[in-house]
Write a protein that binds this ligand. Sequence first.
Ligand code: GDP
Length: 307
Amino acid sequence: MGVVALAGGVGAAKLLRGLVRVVPPDELTIIGNVGDDVEIYGLHISPDLDIIMYTLAGIVDEWRGWGVTGDTFNCLETLAKLGFETWFKIGDRDMAVHIARTKMLRDGLRLSQVTSHLCRMLGVKARLIPATDDLLRTKIQSGDRTLDFQDYFVKRRTADNVTGVFFEGADKAEAAPGVLEAIRSADRVIICPSNPVLSIWPILSIQSIRRELEAFKRPIVGVSPIVGGKALKGPADRVMASLGFEASAYGVAKFYHGLLTHFVIDSVDWECKERIEELGVRVTATNTLMKSLEDSVRLAKTVMEAA
Ligand code: GDP
């Protein structure tokens, strides 16, 4: 019994803040992307896990979309004065979380154990599990260059044309403890409105997770992150197009072909409905813009009622 959600960062967090008000939080398992994880100043940072954790703890900086609300940047400013690069913005409270995570990892805990501890201490009731405890890093190819994910995403502000993506470590990465069991016993799996290529694909690149989802006999419900042919935030539309996928709700359904049973698309994309249904996927068209908590709750209800 229960619900499993595959999640990236901001788009996922917006749906999840609604989902925890529709599903009892102890019945929700969130499988988070770790392909964006990065080491900065010797600290292990898990940006997608953090966005979800801060959102569900009610402390996310909603205006920025990342970090802790009301945070200060004294530590980062001092690092800049000391001659360090500070393109990856980390607030003081956020920094404390990275210090704690890094210390626990150095003490020998696994990322899944550390994440569970951080969530408990911050009052997050849903279960958040990193897709894997093993090394998995998203790499971006642009022509003959290979970029680390955060170099592409934050430092270079997604300016490079993405000609390929690969996931270092994916061939050896095992699903973190609890991931496969949660999928196996779930009533439904939700694929959050995250960047399909950069946030969900790293999770699906772990063979055991993909196999478990392919064998899943109950509904797998996606929400399109592409609305009217555009990403609401970030480069999802550009990256899909440059990798040869249509930048549309249909393109996302095609990307998840073989997994999705139901797809929630935005009402403005109703003309994609028929083509998506030809893929054998049932479609619900509704307003998918989550500007307020009420929007998130309404969309979460739609996702739970699909099928
Ligand atoms: P990132 O890791 O911060 O890039 O976050 P994600 O991968 O979770 O999400 C980025 C995607 O979320 C983009 O493609 C956005 O279009 C999508 N997104 C953000 N807000 C919303 C929303 O309110 N509704 C829908 N449908 N998609 C959204």
